[in-house]
Design a protein around this ligand. Structure first.
Ligand SMILES: Cc1cc2nc3c(=O)[nH]c(=O)nc-3n(C[C@H](O)[C@H](O)[C@H](O)COP(=O)(O)O)c2cc1C
Length: 138
């Protein structure tokens, strides 16, 4: 069975050192997610993170525990957690949207739609993340 965890959080990274902060997260995440066979994407807008993780229920629960107690972000708001029928991502990637005001604005808009309108906007946001993630691979 496959589980997913999809959440939004607010960054507490030092605004002057976000590149280093993101780099540190990625360095730990890539090998750990690979060994847990967890795939997904992390997107950072400069203020907010949104992350989609998919894998075995045990692996998702383990990562959720680690990520939830991480002081580098706060106000973690789960938008989807639980069984899901297929993987949406091929690997784990980082879709970094910080430097692009256009992308950041689009993501912020999608995040508010999820918070305001709920379920039907969740898949739209996940698809947006998938689009960025594929670009991130090429
Ligand atoms: C926004 C954000 C996303 C993260 N994503 C992952 C991730 O996908 N995989 C991962 O192993 N760690 C991720 N981390 C790091 C974990 O929170 C944690 O520091 C790391 O996995 C080590 O776990 P531990 O503190 O339980 O030893 C993330 C941290 C933040 C702030």
């Amino acid at each position: 069975m496959l589980h997913r965890w999809f959440y939004i959080s607010t960054s507490r990274l030092d605004a002057r050192k976000t590149n280093e902060g993101i780099q540190e997260i990625v360095e730990v995440s890539l090998p750990r997610n690979r060994s847990l066979r967890v795939t997904g994407a992390l997107l950072f807008t400069g203020q907010k993170f949104t992350q989609y993780l998919e894998g075995s229920p045990a692996a998702i629960a383990e990562l959720k525990q680690s990520i939830s107690r991480d002081a580098r972000h706060e106000a973690i708001h789960t938008i989807a957690y639980g069984p899901f029928d297929h993987r949406r991502f091929l690997g784990w990637s980082l879709a970094y949207a910080g430097p692009s005001r256009f992308v950041a604005a689009k993501v912020e808009k999608a995040l508010s739609a999820v918070l305001d309108q709920g379920d039907e906007e969740i898949e739209a946001l996940a698809e947006m993340l998938a689009g960025f993630a594929i670009e991130g691979h090429s």
